[in-house]
Design a protein around this ligand. Structure first.
Ligand code: SF4
Length: 509
């Protein structure tokens, strides 16, 4: 909304908290302003501490920030999936439109709260008051355990101080987080921003007195909390793998309701199935919980993971060996029963790319390249080492250009990747699968994972003749002169005659 502003007047009316007036000038700030401009604005607004913490948690190097959807979607999705949790966005209307659209596309079935602003309410501090009013109106204990407020780019760059919101209203927790696109590189890591903030809050509650027990009561066996959103069957499969160790599967973080946070913090150990949950891991470590990287994927991955979890939970070596002997033959059988033959390049932004690559390699596939939008962290080191020993090139913070270059260099039989990679491969007649919808939304763990992945990969590989037929049939359609609506082939006009050279004045008639 365009508002005519008198900056001198606004400076006089600005609140005690720093607010960045420049964020409201000209075209304002947004994705289009570039992350350097946004970052500079946020620092000027006193947000350096928040930005420094984000930079430490989610390092951008060695490659630049990957191209992906608005990162805030990760936090929004985590909030929307939790029972008795209200989620409110504070940001530009266009950002909120895109985020709510995407949420409902993915079946949120829940309202997204929005506090709109204009230049004046942003600069005078009225936006903060509007957010506080919205929080008070939403914090009804009969409806909610928590209200989450997410500052998008412009309010973060302008320094809207969510930290000044009340921590609790009538027993409803208020969680304010800054999730700017110029500070949080991927939507995967934005899930961690909210999960980490909630764990921190819940840890403080647990340290100060008794807290709610899990809905189904406490397990008799020590539990292992699972970090990372995964296919619903995977925690069940992991529970079956933990049982011979005398352990049980604990809550999955991000959790589906507030009380599960206490159960997760109470676990004997934490399995960082997805390796990018840096802020959440900080909270688990502060609670004294050991964190184990990698995951029970394939034969080798499961063998190593059982040993690492058993060690972290003080399980006797003989018990660990017995569990391995009992569980591994079935996984080896599933892998050899459904082999995968072919060269596959793989890339994605979910954080489970290295795990999927391990499973493919163990199934017999040749995997020359894995690209992930996520950073390198200690919790995926076992996977990196295992893959690199087998000649796989891993690119962290991979860009679309990295993924496409790998596609051209390795000429795979199947490309698994993000939407533009899949489109690029299919245009060239190469079968391709979208990582997020078709690979990360399947079971990966234990024997169930080995069989399930092979089925979808082999079906895609078998599609090569269909892609060849389609490419031959559509050859030339939608490209070159056929890219428009023209009925006839445009005639290329003859180049205009070159002008006659100018004669020197002395030679003129
Ligand atoms: S909130 Fe998301 S869409 Fe909006 S400016 Fe930031 S990165 Fe872009």
């Amino acid at each position: 909304m365009a508002v005519s502003l008198d900056i001198a007047d606004l400076r006089a009316r600005r609140p005690a908290e720093p607010v960045n007036l420049e964020a409201t000038q000209g075209d304002g700030l947004g994705c289009h302003a570039g992350k350097d401009a946004m970052r500079a604005a946020a620092e000027a607004a006193g947000m350096s501490e928040t930005l420094d913490q984000l930079k430490r948690d989610y390092p951008a190097g060695p490659h630049d920030q990957p191209q992906s959807m608005c990162p805030a979607f990760g936090s929004l999705r985590v909030g929307l999936r939790m029972r008795r949790t209200a989620t409110i966005l504070s940001g530009s209307a266009c950002c909120v439109y895109g985020l709510t659209f995407t949420s409902h596309f993915y079946g949120a079935r829940r309202s997204v709260g929005y506090v709109p602003f204009n230049s004046e309410t942003l600069v005078t501090g009225k936006l903060f008051e509007d957010i506080r009013d919205a929080v008070h109106a939403s914090a009804k204990p009969e409806d909610y355990d928590a209200v989450v407020v997410i500052n998008l780019c412009v309010p973060t760059a302008s320094g809207v101080p969510l930290r000044l919101l009340p921590k609790e209203i009538d027993g409803v927790r208020i969680i304010g987080i800054d999730v700017p696109g110029f500070g949080v590189p991927t939507h995967a890591e934005a899930k961690d921003v909210l999960a980490g903030a909630m764990l921190k809050f819940a840890r403080g509650e647990a340290e100060n007195g008794p807290v709610q027990a899990p809905r189904g009561g406490r397990s008799e066996r020590p539990s292992v909390a699972l970090l990372g959103e995964m296919f619903p069957a995977d925690p069940v499969v992991i529970g079956g793998l933990l049982e011979p160790l005398g352990l049980s599967a604990g809550p999955v973080v991000p959790t589906r309701e507030w009380r599960e946070l206490y159960g997760a913090l109470d676990a004997a150990a934490v399995a960082a199935i997805h390796p990018f949950y840096t802020a959440s891991i900080r909270e688990f470590e502060a609670a004294g919980r050991p964190v184990v990287g990698s995951a029970p994927v394939g034969h080798d991955g499961t063998a190593d993971w059982l040993a690492a979890i058993g060690h972290a939970c003080d399980v006797a070596p003989a018990t660990i060996a017995a569990a391995q002997n009992r569980l591994l033959p079935a996984i080896r059988g599933a892998l050899s029963g459904q082999p995968i033959k072919g060269r596959i390049t793989l890339s994605g932004y979910e954080g489970s790319e290295l795990l999927v690559a391990r499973l493919l390699v163990e199934s017999g596939a040749e995997v020359p390249y894995v690209g992930t939008a996520c950073p390198r962290t200690p919790w995926s080191e076992p996977d990196r080492a295992w893959l690199e020993e087998r000649g796989v090139t891993i690119r962290y913070r991979a860009s679309l250009e990295d993924d496409l270059a790998a596609f051209h260099e390795f000429r795979p039989d199947l490309a698994i990747g993000t939407t533009p990679v899949v489109q690029h491969a299919k245009e060239r007649g190469t079968p391709a699968l979208y990582f997020t919808n078709l690979i990360s939304a399947r079971p990966l763990m234990g024997a169930a994972g080995a069989g399930s992945l092979a089925r979808v990969i082999n079906a895609a590989l078998a599609n090569k003749p269909r892609f060849d037929a389609m490419r031959d049939f559509f050859e030339g359609v939608g490209t070159g002169h056929a890219a428009g609506i023209w009925q006839e082939i445009p005639t290329i006009k003859a180049a205009p005659k070159a002008a006659a050279p100018l004669k020197p004045i002395g030679e003129m008639a």
